[in-house]
Design a protein around this ligand. Sequence first.
Ligand SMILES: *Cc1c(COP(=O)(O)O)cnc(C)c1O
Length: 383
Amino acid sequence: MSNAEKERAWVEVDLAALEENYRAVREAAPPGTALIPMVKADAYGLGARRVVRALDPLGPWGYGVAAVEEGVDLRRAGVERPVVVFSPMAPQAVARAAAARLTASISDLASLERWAAEAGRVGQTLDFHVEIDTGMGRAGFTWSDAAQWSQTVARGQGSHLRWAGVYTHFLGADEADPEATRVQWERFEAALSHLSVPRESLVVHACNSAAAMRWPRYAGDAVRPGVFLYGGRIGGLESPALARPPRAVASVRARIVRVYDARPGSTLGYGATHRAERPERWATLAIGYGDGLPRALGNRGSALVGGARVAIVGRISMDMTVVDVTDVPSPRPGDIATLIGRDGGEEITVDEVAALAGTISYEILTGLGPRLPRVEVGDGIDG
Ligand SMILES: *Cc1c(COP(=O)(O)O)cnc(C)c1O
């Protein structure tokens, strides 16, 4: 059985696994902690609308995006919960953000003035969260100056603006050494103690996935998990909570489109970086770096075919990848190969692929291209 979405190569998205990962974050945080799932970059490549549809019944506080357009799209999809834009907004984006009732993240007084002016124009109350820079250096008010800026920010609240939250972002919550995170939390607390509004009136948050899983004491009122929801492991794994890895959510599959018996001496791919030393059987997969499969996996990575691990041989092309199936019994065009995910007892994790490619799971997931249809599934291979 087959359908148009599974003709060539595709990404399977396991929503049950996503929900289980969400529950794992909720259990790791102190009781009553709210969750703000980060669905930026199309929910790390897996589809923001479907992720929100799956998670909404679990009662998140709201959602986090990075681009105004991502928030606008959630509103179009009918999302009513708060949607926070977790990046400073270009002045050009402010009007659309306001029209969609998004929550702005405010990093400086000029942005606050623009948000206030827009709120006045549209004549309705707009929310904002204040970001406090405790070491990331890319956004946020400086933590040590809180006594100054917080007075101006508090005065900026009025009939049309509501200061709804305050947060910081950790620079190394996934590193083995917890020191940088501890220092940032202390700075955050110091800044909070100088705010000119009562802390109880604000949603206080700091934790990404790693911090949420590792340090319940930094949870504040809400945590902002991203990668763990989508099956990416947390670094700095010493704590027992992390003995529990996330369930895999994304699987990348591709059809075998050619099987070739290569004679000794046959060459493979650009640059002929692989040469058959003996009679070899090569299977061409209908997926390449143009789909987001890292080109760095050429001659290094693997795939699963018929439940067995096989080597990627030669360089990966834009649209095709070749694997050595010499030891696989009767591979045929139309058979499914797995580049990320499980097949039988074998699994290739997104973190394994990321490590081979010299990057992180986030970049692999968000790099999966639009040419790969996203298909919702239960467990395992079907199709
Ligand atoms: C992306 C992001 C997160 C989520 O980080 P993960 O490491 O994926 O859990 C949390 N907070 C902010 C502000 C972010 O931009």
